[in-house]
Design a binder for this molecule. Structure first.
Ligand code: MRU
Length: 366
């Protein structure tokens, strides 16, 4: 089952016309509408998903990707399951929601935002007295989450922008921008905020093999928004750093543990090692919803994707027939390589020994 395609180049599929950057996912006419990121950068097209199974497929197939965007999309998927359920009783509705929860949760294993978002929305079903009340509560919460995501990213941006100086050249890996969130982005949100503050900050984006989130998505959205961006092959990171061409690095995260270990797109770890070697500050930007206080590094499943992504570029084979490939989608950057973790309420600094206590305290801050 797949979502239907449509062209919508004016990006006005949202109720918020004040946005001047891309809106990745939105609720429209009882459907979930999202940019089809598999078609970027060549076509800016939207797909409409009418049921939660279509939403699950969209997440699995990277039509929508990036930890916060996956979370919001899954929450809206659960809202679709709620409003389309034909259950007549509360207990039957909860059975329907549980099935949708399980399907949506299984789409991608590494980004904690997925489970966080689904759990938060499901919590709203508790204590309700009627089918109508549950359906309304689930939809309201999912919509609230989508809106909050933009505000949280702006807060991350404002918090982190102080770390950047006028004229800085910032390296980023993968895409932690508008396209990885409802809008504005986390790592790219900090770059946006610095530019909004009048600092002329430019970006060096890695291509991010094998799915090319850097060249297809980061370069696309920064170019779209008029932010200076240059692309480099992943293999040029060390060279650029050794030439003094990079002032700082900023990336997003799929999951951050209480130990300060950061799970992010494959290749992040080697960028962090090179930054450390060249004494270049390496920052991570992520919302509270990306923190996982329960698990240890060895408990986390690293998604392994199809070897097709490695042995082919698009439809073209680039490796000999019969050769196998291994395609881990994420890696782990240890805390000792990280100069700071930028959240919506403040910047966590090393050593990250009291990360859990600090975040708990900040969560209570207005
Ligand atoms: O496989 P993807 O494209 O979903 O991976 C995305 C990343 O690794 C991002 O850096 C991360 O999700 C943070 S997005 C704000």
């Amino acid at each position: 089952m797949s979502c239907s395609n449509h062209n919508n180049n004016n990006n006005n599929n949202n109720n918020n016309n004040s946005l001047n950057y891309l809106l990745t996912v939105a609720w429209k006419n009882d459907s979930v509408v999202m940019i089809d990121q598999t078609k970027l950068p060549n076509k800016l097209v939207y797909v409409t998903c009418k049921d939660y199974k279509e939403v699950a497929n969209a997440i699995k197939n990277l039509i929508v990707r990036g930890a916060p965007a996956i979370g919001v999309t899954a929450a809206l998927g659960l809202a679709l399951a709620a409003i389309h359920s034909e259950a007549k009783s509360l207990s039957q509705l909860l059975v329907d929601l549980d099935s949708a929860f399980t399907v949506l949760k299984s789409t991608r294993p590494t980004a904690i935002n997925l489970l966080w978002a689904l759990t938060r929305v499901m919590e709203k079903a508790k204590g309700k007295k009627s089918v109508y009340e549950v359906k309304k509560a689930i939809l309201d919460e999912a919509l609230k989450m989508a809106e909050e995501d933009i505000e949280i990213n702006k807060q991350i941006g404002r918090t982190g922008a102080v770390l950047f100086d006028n004229g800085d050249v910032i390296m980023t890996h993968c895409n932690a921008g508008s396209l990885a969130t409802t809008a504005y982005g986390t790592a790219l949100g900090v770059i946006r905020a610095a530019n909004e503050d009048g600092k002329q900050v430019s970006v060096i984006a890695t291509e991010t093999r094998p799915v090319m989130q850097g060249s297809r998505l980061t370069a696309f959205e920064l170019h779209h928004d008029g932010i200076d961006v240059r692309l480099i092959p992943d293999t040029a990171v060390g060279y650029m750093m050794s030439r003094g061409a990079i002032k700082r690095v900023i990336v997003g995260a799929d999951r951050i543990l209480r130990t300060g270990h950061v799970f992010n797109k494959i290749g992040t770890y080697q960028v962090a090692i090179l930054a450390n070697m060249h004494k270049i500050p390496f920052y991570v930007a992520a919302p509270f919803s990306t923190f996982d206080f329960k698990n240890n590094p060895e408990d986390i499943v690293i998604e392994e994707r199809s070897e097709e992504e490695v042995i082919k570029i698009g439809k073209k084979r680039i490796a000999p027939k019969g050769v196998q490939a291994f395609n881990p989608a994420f890696d782990v950057t240890p805390p000792e390589l990280i100069s700071g973790i930028i959240t919506e309420k403040g910047i966590l600094k090393p050593p990250f020994d009291n990360l859990y206590q600090t975040l708990k305290k900040w969560q209570k801050k207005k």
